[in-house]
Design a protein around this ligand. Structure first.
Ligand code: NAP
Length: 254
């Protein structure tokens, strides 16, 4: 697809545009909705292949594949009255919005696909779950780190629940840093140290020949300090609580 439209130019819209354009020799033409005006203006100044449209219908009219990326609570306003011809493809990245609902709202015969791009699309490192598989959508996200097509929305929802754990991970790191600061370590030193510690984890994760449990074992001395924190803090009760929170989210996503 040579002409991509994006309705809703916020965090994830920007990540997609950056991933498709930054340092790319022949990027696609990209048409942005006018809302999210500041981000849209910045992107159109940054990349010559990116243009801001007059309204959402103008985005659809100009593109072959339109990405719907508004916040779920704003979908009614953003999609009301939008006409997407059956020669277009619609890819929704909106969390928890079912294909059946999108079809009803849009009243279109066009293929409607759901996708879960990650912010790492910016660095072309997002493995994007798609459902149902569609060549144009899978190809687009293939350029942004890879595509993982799944057969049904129940499966997509499980992946969606996993993505909801991402910010908890940052808060975990912030909590460690705050604890160190309470022990009298300058906050900026603690921050720098914790970032360095966990950048190593990111690097180790790229070795897919080692299972996650093997990676943990690689970093753990039997009866040592890591094992002590893992078993005393991330104990069965903690692990069960996480499982229950994910179960509840999954049930809401259904
Ligand atoms: N962030 C992520 O990592 C991520 C990952 C996967 C999926 N998603 C999904 O992607 C969607 C967007 O998330 P986000 O984090 O990018 O949100 P965001 O940063 O808040 O961006 C949403 C954008 O939609 C714009 N918008 C609101 N109403 C609109 C309308 N009627 N027409 C056109 N644009 C409109 C907003 O413009 P204004 O600023 O003018 O209000 C804003 O720029 C959500 O449904 C989310 O579930 C997000």
């Amino acid at each position: 697809m040579k002409r991509i439209g994006i309705i809703g130019v916020g965090e994830i819209g920007r990540a997609i545009v950056d991933g498709l354009c930054d340092g790319v020799e022949e990027p696609p033409e990209i048409y942005l909705s006018p809302r999210g005006a500041r981000t849209a203006a910045e992107l159109s100044q940054q990349y010559p292949n990116v243009r801001v449209c007059t309204d959402n219908q103008d985005v659809v009219n100009r593109c072959e594949l339109v990405i719907l990326a508004v916040r779920p609570q704003e979908r009614a306003e953003a999609l009301a009255g939008l006409r997407i011809g059956s020669d277009r493809v619609a890819a929704s990245v909106m969390t928890g919005v079912a294909i059946s609902e999108l079809r009803r709202t849009l009243g279109t015969g066009a293929p409607v696909v759901r996708a879960i791009p990650l912010p790492a699309a910016r660095e072309r490192q997002s493995v994007t779950v798609t459902c149902p598989s569609h060549t144009a959508v899978d190809d687009l996200f293939g350029h942004l780190g890879g595509t993982l097509p799944v057969a049904d929305e129940a499966t997509l929802n499980v992946y969606q629940a996993l993505t909801a754990t991402l910010t908890t991970h940052y808060w975990y790191l912030a909590t460690l840093t705050a604890w160190a600061a309470r022990q009298g370590i300058p906050a900026e030193d603690a921050d720098r140290y914790v970032r360095g510690l966990f950048q190593g984890v990111g690097h180790a994760l790229s070795d897919e020949t080692r299972s996650l449990h093997q990676l943990a074992a690689d970093h753990e001395t039997p009866k040592g300090a890591n094992e002590r924190i893992r078993t005393t803090w991330f104990d069965t009760a903690n692990s069960d609580a996480l499982g229950k929170a994910l179960d509840a989210l999954l049930s809401d996503l259904k």
